[in-house]
Each structure stands twice: as structure tokens, then as C-alpha cells.
Write a protein that binds this ligand. Structure first.
Ligand SMILES: Cc1cc2nc3c(=O)[nH]c(=O)nc-3n(C[C@H](O)[C@H](O)[C@H](O)COP(=O)(O)OP(=O)(O)OC[C@H]3O[C@@H](n4cnc5c(N)ncnc54)[C@H](O)[C@@H]3O)c2cc1C
Length: 457
């Protein structure tokens, strides 16, 4: 019987373990997990903190019993501290402080990522939090329970910052967001980000862009946050959500090479440069399907797929990771913003000749009650007509996620913008139109692309 050891028990680790057991039920699978929360949905933390999911136990994708029943031997509160790639052994430190060795035939490293802690003075102060692990979530929850904060400042306006702005607002907390870049949600087009900002401000979230926070100080009343340009706000709590970085210390000490984003370099089979060692999830780089190069795109969707590929191959398979498109969706109050593929800047760098166009249309026939506007921006290559990316913004009832996924499917299949007009999409007046709004966006792109060709090349 061959043995697989998996380090990490979140999205990537669990997928690797489960897939290996499916592929080879006789394989012995041991999983070392640094904390007590195997297979929890940390993506759900903002909804636990908002009160929408009152019981944190509900965030478990699977229970420990279910995982054990699938044949994975889970060791909670056991931190891997060293890998010996020559002897094929992992040294783990258990909860009681004792060390134990696990021998492996194959190893999957799925140590994930950790919150970036920017060089801001005062990050260690009580009332200042990051948000990545279940423990981080509990710290925020306990603080809110005990201190009932009235004002919070969120540093970072990425998708987690936005979800937390809504979560805190729902709890009756006055929210200030500070972003050092010129716009919020830097992964989407600036125009759409501007609409979102205006919407947020309408929800009484006080947004500041182009401000770099420099230090946080404690006073008798609370915390004072100082930023450049004379920025100063007094608040009761601060949330620092400025991104994540891969956890790679173990891998580096085992002679494993790093790549894009200082994440573990892997090939399309999720294999590292060390024999019999695979890596997956936020600790590993991500092959970008459109750019055809490695990138760092730490997302739960990618972690699940990479973990599955790593598990399959660790159990003797030969499966390739097909690549990520950076597809993302986030709900902010009643709006949803989504993106997939690449934007003009990345497209130009990669040798494409991009054209982006934008329309606003209705999600379904306006005569049927409840029609919502949806704004769609399409990027395509002028020369070949290839679809390169899309960003969408609309009401939560406007099936924005379904529509971004249609674009993602088209990108996966390297379709042209024009192909979108030929796809047989569904229609009934309460849910769509004979020409869906994404087809109208495609038609508009084609019109502009034709005009562009007539007037230019
Ligand atoms: C608040 C929040 C919201 C999010 N929302 C979304 C979303 O809506 N959509 C989306 O796609 N993604 C989302 N993400 C990102 C997503 O959660 C991550 O991409 C995903 O969790 C990565 O999974 P992973 O298994 O690679 O790593 P992680 O989830 O970081 O887990 C790492 C695992 O490794 C263990 N570990 C680390 N070091 C060791 C060691 N030395 N020994 C043993 N165990 C170790 C940890 O205990 C943990 O079990 C969100 C993340 C957060 C924090």
C-alpha cells in the first residue's frame, strides 16, 4: 500500500486527499492540519461576522467524521515543521508539543496563504485584525461581542474588504474604507469600480482612495488611524485586508523552487521540482489559461481544482490542470460585481490588440416586473475577434454570476466574441430576453470592432 501525506486541510488539501482516495482506495492518506478547522469555508467568514450565518459550525464543508469516513487519517493541531525530500519524511509538531514523523511515497503541500501585514505601525494593537483563518474570524467576532464597536476602518478595498464593509454595516457599525490605489476593487475596470463606489457611499460606507495608511495609535477612546495627505480618523476597530501571500517556508527549506508571486513553482500536473512532491492551492502558482503563463491567483475555486489534480496525480494519475481565468464574483449589499479573463493592460502586454466596449441593458424583459439593469464590459482582440475578458455589474437578482460564467466558459473554449451571438441561451420573459444582454454586449463589441477596422487598419 502506498502512502500519501497531505499538509494542510483546507480547500486544496481536502480535494487532494479525497481525489487520491477515489482514484486508489487502497492508498493510505494522512493529513496534517495546523489548526482545529479541517475543511471549513473561510470564504464564509464575512457572512458569519455579518450575522447572516449565526453559527460558525455551519461553515464546515464537511464534518471531521465525514472526512475520516472517506479514509483520510486527519491529524488536527499538527503543524508540519520539516520535509525531508530524500528520506521521504515529514516531521510534524503535535498539539502536546511532541514531534512525530510521517513517511510518504507522495506528498501534497497545501499550506495555503496568509494575510499580508503591510508596513504600518500599530498592527499588533488590540482592536486591529486581519481575516484569513477561522481563528481570525473568532477574534473579530469576540471583539465585536465584547466591545460593541461603533466605528470601523477597513484598510484595503479588495473583495474581502467590500464583503466586510457590508458585514459591519449590517451590524450597525459605521464603516470607513481606505484604499491606497486610485480605485476600489482593482481587479475590475475603473469605470465599473467608480459606479460601485458611488453605490457604497449611498449605503453610508465612507470610501477613501489614493490614501496610504501609515500608522495606527491607541488612545483612551479607541484607535487613531493616520494616512498620508493628512488623513486621520478615530475608530474603534481596524481590519487589515490588503491581500495574501503564499505560505512556502516548509517548501523552501525542502529545496522546492518558487515561481510567480513567490508561490511554489509547479508544472501543469501540480508537481514541484522535488520528486514525488506536489503542491496546490494558495501556496502554489497558477497557470493562466489565456496568458499561457504562470501567475498567482489565490482563489478557492482554483484551490479546489488544483487540489483535485494534485490528488489524482499523487495516486498515479496523469491529469493536467487546465488553467485559471481569474473568474471572480462578489456581492456588495444588493449589487454583484464579477469579472473573468484579462483586461486591456494585460492583453496589450501579452501581444493582443484589445478593444473594450460597454453597454447597460436589462436582465429580463422590462414588461415583466422586477427587471434590473446590468452593465457589461467586453474585451476582445481586434485582429482575431477572440474574446479576452468581461466585467459585469448589476443587481443581485440579475443573475450576474450566471452571466460571468457564460463568459468564462467561452474563454475556456477560446471562443470569438461573435460566437456568443450563436450560442443557444435560454429565454423566458421573467428571466431573460431572446437576445440575452450578454449577446447584446457582444453585438455592440462587434459593431465597434468593425468601425475600428473601417477607420483604421
Ligand atoms: C474572508 C475570505 C473570503 C474569501 N472568499 C472567496 C470567494 O468568495 N471565492 C473564492 O474563490 N475564494 C475566496 N477566498 C479565498 C479562498 O478562501 C482561498 O483561496 C482558499 O481557502 C485557499 O485554499 P488552500 O487550501 O490553498 O489554503 P488555505 O485556505 O489558506 O488553507 C491552508 C491550510 O494549510 C494548513 N497549514 C498551513 N501551514 C501548515 C503546516 N505547516 N502544517 C500543517 N498545516 C498547515 C492550514 O491550517 C490550513 O488548513 C476567500 C478567502 C477569505 C479569507
Amino acid at each position: 500500500m502506498s502512502t500519501l501525506v497531505v499538509i494542510g486541510g483546507s480547500d486544496a488539501g481536502i480535494m487532494a486527499g479525497l481525489r487520491a482516495k477515489e482514484k486508489d482506495p487502497h492508498m493510505g492518506v494522512s493529513m496534517l492540519v495546523a489548526d482545529a478547522f479541517v475543511n471549513f469555508s473561510i470564504c464564509g467568514l464575512p457572512f458569519y461576522l455579518s450575522g447572516e450565518v449565526p453559527d460558525w459550525r455551519r461553515l464546515a464543508h464537511r464534518s471531521l467524521d465525514e472526512i475520516q469516513a472517506s479514509g483520510i487519517d486527519v491529524h488536527l493541531n499538527t503543524r508540519a515543521v520539516a520535509i525531508d525530500p530524500v528520506q521521504h519524511k515529514v516531521l510534524g509538531r503535535q498539539e502536546d508539543g511532541t514531534d512525530k514523523e510521517w513517511a510518504y511515497d507522495r506528498l501534497v503541500i497545501a499550506t495555503g496563504s496568509e494575510s499580508v501585514r503591510p508596513g504600518i505601525g500599530g498592527l499588533e494593537l488590540p482592536g486591529v485584525f486581519t481575516l484569513h483563518t477561522m481563528a481570525d474570524g473568532f477574534h473579530v467576532a469576540q471583539f465585536m461581542e465584547r466591545h460593541k464597536p461603533a466605528r470601523a476602518l477597513i484598510i484595503g478595498a479588495g473583495y474581502i474588504g467590500l464583503e466586510m464593509a457590508e458585514a459591519l454595516n449590517r451590524r450597525g457599525v459605521e464603516v470607513i474604507m481606505v484604499e491606497q490605489l486610485p480605485a476600489i476593487l482593482p481587479t475590475i475596470d475603473e469605470g465599473l469600480a467608480h459606479h460601485l463606489r458611488v453605490y457604497l457611499e449611498g449605503k453610508h460606507v465612507n470610501v477613501h482612495t489614493g490614501v496610504r495608511v501609515e500608522k495606527i495609535e491607541r488612545t483612551a477612546e479607541g484607535l487613531i488611524v493616520y494616512g498620508d495627505g493628512g488623513f486621520l480618523r478615530e475608530v474603534d476597530m481596524v481590519l487589515v485586508v490588503v491581500g495574501v501571500k503564499p505560505v512556502t517556508g516548509l517548501a523552501v527549506n525542502a529545496g522546492i523552487t518558487l515561481g510567480a508571486g513567490r508561490a511554489i513553482h509547479v508544472d501543469r500536473f501540480m508537481a514541484t521540482n522535488q520528486e514525488d512532491i506536489f503542491a496546490a492551492g494558495d501556496c502554489a502558482e497558477t497557470y493562466h489559461r489565456l496568458l499561457e503563463t504562470e501567475s498567482y491567483l489565490p482563489l478557492g475555486t482554483t484551490a479546489h481544482k488544483q487540489g483535485r489534480v494534485a490528488g489524482e496525480n499523487a495516486a498515479g494519475g496523469h491529469l493536467e490542470f487546465e488553467g485559471s481565468l481569474g473568474t471572480q464574483v462578489v456581492k456588495v449589499f444588493d449589487w454583484v460585481v464579477a469579472r473573468t479573463g484579462i483586461r486591456d493592460e494585460d492583453a496589450t502586454v501579452s501581444g493582443y490588440d484589445p478593444l473594450s466596449t460597454q453597454i447597460t441593458g436589462w436582465d429580463h424583459k422590462v414588461y415583466y416586473p422586477g427587471a434590473q439593469e446590468i452593465t457589461i464590459r467586453i474585451t476582445g482582440d481586434k485582429k482575431t475577434g477572440q474574446l479576452l475578458g468581461a466585467s459585469l455589474l448589476g443587481h443581485r437578482d440579475a443573475a450576474v454570476a450566471k452571466r460571468v460564467d457564460i463568459f468564462a466558459m467561452a474563454l475556456y473554449n477560446r471562443m470569438r466574441v461573435e460566437d456568443l451571438l450563436h450560442v443557444d441561451l435560454s429565454y423566458t420573459p421573467p428571466l431573460g430576453s431572446p437576445w440575452d444582454v450578454i449577446q447584446m454586449a457582444a453585438a455592440d463589441w462587434l459593431k465597434h470592432a468593425a468601425g475600428n477596422r473601417t477607420g483604421g487598419d
